[in-house]
Design a binder for this molecule. Sequence first.
Ligand code: PMP
Length: 396
Amino acid sequence: MSNIHDLVFLKEKIQELKDQGVYRKLPVLEGANDAEVILNGKQVINLSSNNYLGFANHPRLKKASIEAIEKYGAGAGAVRTIIGNMTIHEELEELLAKFKREEAAMVFQSGFNCNAGAIQAITEKGDIIISDELNHASIIDGARLSRADKAVYKHADMDSLEQVLKESRDKYRNILIITDGVFSMDGDIAKLPEIVELAEKYEAMTYVDDAHGSGVLGESGRGTVDHFGLHGRIDFTIGTLSKAIGVVGGYVAGSKTMQEWLNHRGRPILFSTALPPASVGAIIEAIRMLMETTEYTDRLWKNAKHFKQKLGALGFNTGHSETPITPVIIGDEAKTMEFSRRLFDNGVFVSGIVFPTVPKGTGRLRCMVTAGHTEEQLDRAVAVFEKVGKEMNILK
Ligand code: PMP
């Protein structure tokens, strides 16, 4: 029985997950990711997607996708450095650079892939990567792939960052400070102006992963760097094309030098097939829509404020988010998961987030309001929150 091919060592680990009560099946969505969906066979209001602007199922994106398929086919057929680089990829990078108000942009197959490829390409032995302790998993993995040394500073703590900078300046050739632009579990915004000042003082480079700021903050969703007016003072800005933009992919925006180098040493560019034309066509359309109007971002913020205000008025603890990410902090892990289950039974889907994704005792329902929700849907969701909150004695 204990044959290696029976994967007994994995079966034992899976049993441990079951014993800890954290084993789960993947939820299944029937149809597109929208404000209201059929999930595991039940109709629910969807408060858990990163589809901030409602673009994932937008008719204009779908039409652009179909047109791109007609012209360029279903797949790119190769990595970009061989023969997978089509005019549509070049068009996207030019548009992204313009949108982000940077010299150039380099597109990757996902946000995760982008961090995995870019961080190791721009650092080497003799350098140090200094990372906020709450940075995303793809940054942690990207840093692990680099031969540079690593240090972590306390979340958003500028004294802690300065301490590491002081200790590092004379020991290393290059210093790279990495931070999320918006922290995905709490919705707080990085203190970029202060980080930039410290970076300039200690001659360090800056790398901002703006997965949750792009399409959300700044003029028409240009991101956290635009929000603070820091163009030209951040070396590498990362964005995803999978959240607000509604499709898939990631990019680095910055200088032409960055682009030239990643073309040669960004391993996902060299060793993984280029984004499919259908995705690229839809992404281009999404960015054009953002450049045409602030209508989508305005609606996102209006909905987020409405929802947050109503939950707060009921007495829920919605943390200190500065963005549409709305955590409802329950605390206890088991209670958080029970709350999520009861919401689902009452027609609202919000995934419970517990340790180890967030610190012990800070379990939360991470609500993601989008531009695609109607006020009626949000009010219905709030009413369900109130009902479950009272049932579980979380609200008085
Ligand atoms: N960075 C951050 C901060 C993220 O939140 C995510 C998505 N969870 C990613 C990178 C990865 O992006 P993608 O889903 O496009 O791979």
